[in-house]
Design a protein around this ligand. Structure first.
Ligand code: PMV
Length: 323
């Protein structure tokens, strides 16, 4: 029986950056995001017969690399146990993978949902806690909408879950993704954040200041206060990159076009358009603005040197089992 699930990527306004428990993927701080309707992953999963000794994985029509397959199998083992039946997984992204566009978030959320269904995991088991084991940010793609992934206090991670704090219809914003470079990124967020925790002299400052960012961002979302959310988002983003930039060795994600796009956002704001920028562990920029300003922002970003393409997204909903 084939199970199919779809999940949307998400962009964080308060970033997750660093694990307090690597095996259980428990974060040092809570984070907050919105799901993106144009960036999704659809994953089909079939359980193989008991004689099969390895999982099969196809991503965007081609057989996955050994590394991708190993990561997927390790996730399935961690979430569903070593003695599970192996699976045949076919995953299709609507956007370039592993380029810092959160394909791991939508990918692991869709996979977690499909696999939980296929392995018969009771509905009482929180799907975001399962997705989290594949990629931290995937936890937030399970509830979708405006989502908060709670740090949690328990050592076993039982309370480190993502919840929807507001549905996609709550606030008519646009998220404009400015793709600055095609192709795969060189350093994974997983490695970069581990290195940041271990070696950046600023990590304590991050840990101490993040709870306030989270509270402020949650209030700003609930009050639909674009300026408050935007200012916190830029601050959280630049703090995260400060950690990565000051890790040893450093992980520098900004490309010249990323900074040019950031300047373009500042320029628009100086002219009176409320628009704010954020950048994940990759070279692309995501702009946050009101729906009414999206065209102007997209035009400006498209005209920025080094920006190769823009994608305009609206808030999206929860991950879903499709069939
Ligand atoms: O889910 P991961 O392990 O790929 O980490 C993602 C981290 C950021 O995207 C940079 C921030 C976030 O909160 O999504």
């Amino acid at each position: 029986m084939t199970v199919k699930a779809r999940a949307f990527a998400n962009i964080a306004f308060v970033k997750y950056w660093g694990k307090r428990d690597a095996r259980l993927v428990l974060p040092h701080n809570g984070s907050l995001s919105v799901a993106l309707d144009f960036l999704s992953t659809e994953t089909s999963l079939d359980l193989l017969s008991r004689s099969a000794d390895r999982d099969e994985l196809t991503i965007d029509g081609v057989a996955a690399t050994e590394r991708e397959r190993a990561r997927t199998s390790a996730f399935l083992d961690a979430a569903f146990g070593n003695d599970r039946a192996r699976a045949c997984i076919v995953s299709q992204n609507s956007f370039p993978t592993a380029a810092g566009l959160a394909s791991s978030a939508s990918g692991f959320a869709a996979l977690a949902l499909a696999a939980a269904e296929a392995y018969g995991v009771p509905a009482s088991v929180d799907r975001s806690a399962l997705a989290r084991l594949g990629s931290g940010s995937a936890a937030r793609s399970i509830p979708g909408g405006w989502a908060e992934w709670r740090r949690g206090e328990q050592d076993d991670g039982g309370d480190s879950l993502a919840v929807q704090i507001a549905p996609p219809s709550h606030w008519d914003v646009r998220l404009i993704v400015a793709l600055t470079m095609m192709g795969r990124k060189e350093i994974s967020s997983r490695d970069a954040m581990a290195r940041s925790v271990e070696t950046s002299p600023y990590y304590d400052g991050w840990r101490q200041s993040s709870p306030r960012d989270l509270e402020g961002a949650r209030s700003a979302v609930l009050a639909r206060d674009l300026r408050a959310l935007g200012e916190i988002a830029e601050h959280s983003c630049l703090k995260m990159h400060a950690l990565a930039n000051t890790a040893r060795p450093p992980a520098i994600f900004f490309e010249p076009a990323t900074l040019a796009a950031w300047r373009a956002i500042q320029g628009l704001r100086a002219q009176g358009t409320p628009v704010y920028a954020t950048v994940d562990a990759g070279p692309h920029l995501v702009a946050l603005c009101a729906a009414a300003d999206a065209e102007r922002v997209e035009r400006q970003l498209s005209a920025t040197p080094g920006v190769v393409r823009t994608i305009c997204c609206a808030p999206a909903g929860a991950a879903e089992v499709l069939a």
